[in-house]
Write a new protein. Structure first.
Length: 301
């Protein structure tokens, strides 16, 4: 049987890069059994087993490894051929997958993305909102926001500057519990933390770069920064929020900054893209979305 479909080859390549059928199905937005049937059809057409699959892992066979190397080159050549025809067209189309942090969506990113989509009706954007790093290649992401730490050097990296978190509380909490006069008094206050099982260390920087580390505790904890914000705004305790968010909340009276001369160390922010830069329309889409993310990050500062 002859090989008839490039789409079958693309599914195989995505399974390899996502390191599994289920992960590839999520990236491709198709059912896992469709991925399985596609692989079976491709192996039948080639007359060779390409993958060894177990419940825990998927591995390339020797034939699969050789086919993967040629398949990626084949798909790349097909993209170049398509771009040679329409690479200069102004209309952007296709699916782009973007991963950002939960704080970013609070600063106008979603409305800007929707306006961008209105301008390009044939474009689709899948926004993934997570507070942990994800594998760009395995998840089929075109770009992602990384906060803190230097990203993997194999990725393409653009620095977006820094954001800084400071202490904030609702006015009703401060009226009830009092306002700490120094960072050493924070351990006497109810603090909104990531986990309640153990004390959290807040490493603060103050006037003239003075550093102060203190262990704080709280009766309410969450790793979701939006949930932390809700608890702070509800008047339950003191917590950490981006300085830009505190500034906006102060203007409406929703929050007040606590110990305004102290804050966490600035955190570096990056946009990262996969090692192999996209070309043609996809590259233009990625290049257009980066400034939208950059503006959202700047509003946090």
């Amino acid at each position: 049987m002859a090989l008839e479909s490039l789409s079958d080859v693309a599914v195989f390549v995505q399974v390899v890069e996502s390191q599994g059928l289920s992960a590839a199905a999520r990236v491709l937005s198709i059912p896992p059994n469709t991925v399985s049937r596609t692989l079976a059809r491709l192996e039948a057409a080639l007359g060779a087993r390409l993958l060894t699959r177990t419940t825990r892992m998927t591995r390339l066979t020797e034939e699969g490894r050789a086919f993967y190397e040629r398949a990626t080159a084949l798909l790349r050549a097909a993209r170049y051929a398509e771009e040679a025809v329409d690479g200069d067209a102004s209309e952007l189309s296709g699916l782009v997958r973007v991963a950002v942090r939960t704080t970013t969506v609070q600063f106008g990113l979603v409305p800007e993305l929707l306006t961008f989509l209105d301008t390009h009706p044939h474009l689709r954007i899948q926004l993934v909102v997570l507070d942990e790093d994800v594998d760009l290649v395995a998840e089929g992401l075109d770009l992602a926001l990384r906060i803190g730490g230097q990203p993997d050097s194999s990725l393409r990296i653009k620095s977006l500057g820094e954001v800084q978190f400071a202490l904030a509380a609702a006015p009703e909490y401060l009226d009830r519990a009092g306002r700490p006069k120094g960072p050493d008094e924070l351990n006497t206050h109810e603090c909104i933390v990531q986990q309640v099982e153990a004390a959290s260390s807040w490493n603060l920087v103050g006037p003239r770069g003075k550093e102060f580390s203190i262990l704080v505790r709280g009766r309410f904890g969450s790793r979701d920064v939006r949930t932390q914000r809700d608890a702070i705004c509800a008047g339950f305790g003191i917590g950490l929020r981006p300085i830009g968010e505190i500034r906006r909340a102060q203007s409406t009276g929703a929050l007040q900054r606590v110990l305004p001369r102290w804050a966490l160390q600035p955190i570096p922010v990056y946009v990262v893209t996969p090692p192999q830069r996209p070309t043609g329309r996809r590259a233009r889409v990625v290049d257009a979305i980066v400034p939208l993310i950059e503006r959202a990050v700047s509003r946090m500062a």
